[in-house]
Ligand binder design. Structure first.
Ligand code: NAD
Ligand code: UGA
Length: 431
């Protein structure tokens, strides 16, 4: 059993802290956000993540997991201190390290004996050295630095955290490596041992590669539309080649979320700072931007004009299984629709509150999918929620003003939609 303090109780801090507690360690998750800690102390989850509440409740009940705003105390009682604070995109596109710097300073001020300081936040190469320097400004007590980036996906965060295909442990200290490797023993991960710098770059390379697959297939989809080919078959066929792999080849409205958009932008800066012009990743980002706007063009071509039309936007979360709307396609697309004179009825099963906070009241919100669709001129599918996949299409046809569906997630068979009498535009498939 190890004593672990996790600084930053967001998606990553809360999930990984809970998983470390579940595997038998004593974990205290801390945050500067009073409301979040109060909520968690009452057993209320600040995020929607399948299975999280049960696991948090179990581990708090069994006294392996606690929450606090008393960060100095949590640090002084721990042997291992994880940094899991946010690294949002600065206006320039770089990762903003403000919270990481703050966390490092607090660690330095409260170091009361040798500890291992582990970065789980996604941070630019060189941040390990920066953290080390900030801590050293505050204390002469020895410590070791480890980079242990997180690869979990939202919506399957617990499963991912416990059964990661690999854990990357980057450190110059063999003692620290052994301890962090031991922490990962209960999980079924292959361990990759590296330096801090390599570990930091691995995280960006992984996200950038997955983003590249998505933009690549979206480009292929756009070619498919011009030459009467079907992107879903292209994905299936190329994906069967194990050198390519079938995942992350679903064409659609583009990638969103709190990570791919910000991490591709940050990697571009990391390359630039290192004197390298990373043209490929620039193109990946550009394809993703235009892919979102294509959805607006498809709607306009189906309806003639958007002015005065009512559009049901189905899905606000950046993907199913989460209420996270950060950089979600819907958040870019809805203002475009409104600017072009459309009224928007926005549907999502769980992400309405999050969307309202970021979008304001640009549209009407509902968690009743048929209420969203009733009387509208077109549906625009942006998230592949099960509720959308299972929709009663005959009912949709009956209650909407016009049978028009623009599908940014390729959920339905084209022939079936034609037989039902829909004008159905999807991505990269013959109309
Ligand atoms: P988040 O915004 O959900 O949570 C960050 C938390 O840190 C917030 O609760 C904030 O109040 C807290 N915080 C900020 N400064 C603090 C300080 N000085 N002391 C204590 N707490 C502080 O962020 P997240 O989604 O959990 O992401 C965290 C990091 O992990 C980012 O670098 C992100 O890129 C990376 N990451 C995220 C995911 C994901 O799916 N969300 C997956 C892998 C990696
Ligand atoms: C992603 C990575 O998958 C995680 O490994 C990583 O830890 C995380 O970022 C991170 O660094 O935060 P996540 O953002 O939760 O996880 O979501 P993904 O499932 O990767 O999906 C990202 C976006 O790509 C979504 O908008 C999704 O709709 C889109 N996508 C995904 C596609 O458009 N096509 C695909 O084939 C796959």
């Amino acid at each position: 059993m190890k004593k672990i303090a996790v600084i930053g109780t967001g998606y990553v801090g809360l999930v990984s802290g809970t998983c470390f507690a579940e595997s038998g360690n004593n974990v205290i998750c801390c945050d500067v956000d009073d409301n979040k800690i109060t909520q968690l102390s009452k057993g209320e989850m600040p995020i929607y993540e399948p299975g999280l509440e049960e696991l948090v409740m179990k581990n708090t009940r069994e006294n392996r997991l606690a929450f606090t705003t008393n960060i100095p105390q949590a640090i002084s009682q721990a042997d291992i201190v994880y940094i899991a604070v946010g690294t949002p995109m600065a206006v320039t596109g770089e990762a903003d390290l403000m919270y990481v710097r703050q966390a490092a300073k607090t660690i330095g001020q409260n170091l009361n004996g040798y500890k291992i300081i582990v970065t789980k936040s996604t941070v630019p190469v060189g941040t390990g050295k920066l953290i080390s320097a900030i801590i050293r400004e505050q204390t002469k007590i020895p410590f070791d630095i480890v980079s242990n980036p997180e690869f979990l996906r939202e919506g399957r965060a617990i499963e991912d955290s416990m059964n990661m295909e690999r854990a990357v442990i980057g450190t110059a200290s063999s003692k620290a490596f052994e301890l962090i490797a031991e922490l990962h023993k209960p999980f079924t991960s292959k361990i990759v041992k590296t330096t801090v710098e390599t570990a930091e770059l691995i995280k960006y390379a992984a996200n950038a590669f997955l983003s590249t697959k998505i933009s690549f297939i979206n480009d292929i989809a756009n070619i498919c539309e011009r030459v009467d080919a079907d992107v879903t078959k292209v994905s299936e066929a190329i994906g069967l080649d194990s050198r390519i792999g079938g995942q992350f080849l679903q064409a659609g409205a583009g990638f969103g979320g709190s990570c791919f958009p910000k991490d591709t932008a940050a990697l571009l800066h990391i390359a630039k700072d290192a004197g390298y012009d990373f043209k490929l990743i620039q193109a990946v980002m550009e394809t993703n931007e235009t892919q979102r706007l294509l959805m607006v063009e498809k709607l306009t071509s189906a309806l003639g004009t958007l002015k005065g039309k009512t559009i049901a936007v189905l899905g606000l979360a950046f993907k199913p299984g989460t209420d996270d709307v950060r950089s979600s396609p819907a958040l870019d697309i809805i203002p475009q629709l409104v600017d072009r004179g459309a009224n928007v009825m926005a549907y999502d099963p769980v992400a309405i509150e999050e969307a309202k906070r970021r979008l304001g009241y640009k549209c009407t919100y509902t968690d009743d999918i048929y209420q969203a669709i009733e009387g509208t001129n077109a549906c625009l599918i942006l998230t592949d929620w099960e509720e959308v996949k299972q929709i009663d299409l005959a009912k949709v046809k009956g209650i909407s003003r016009q049978p028009v569906i623009v599908d940014g997630r390729n959920l339905f068979e084209i022939e079936a939609m034609r037989q039902l009498g829909f004008t159905y535009l999807s991505v990269g498939r013959p109309a």
